[in-house]
Design a protein around this ligand. Sequence first.
Ligand code: ZN
Length: 66
Amino acid sequence: MAKRNLRIVRRERNVPVLGTCENCGAQFSGDPRMGNAQSAIQEAFNRHKCQSQGENAKAASQAPSK
Ligand SMILES: [Zn+2]
């Protein structure tokens, strides 16, 4: 099992709102108004599957931008 690292890239008032996987670059956002943004980010991170780097880079943009 590959080791994955969650890195918090943005915080609002000490609450993490955006994290990224250091391994594949996937991003996870939380809503600070929910009060549990950190656990939401952590949970999404734990559940995600790392995209294989390079080979399938296009699939990394899995979030529909609409
Ligand atoms: Zn990943």
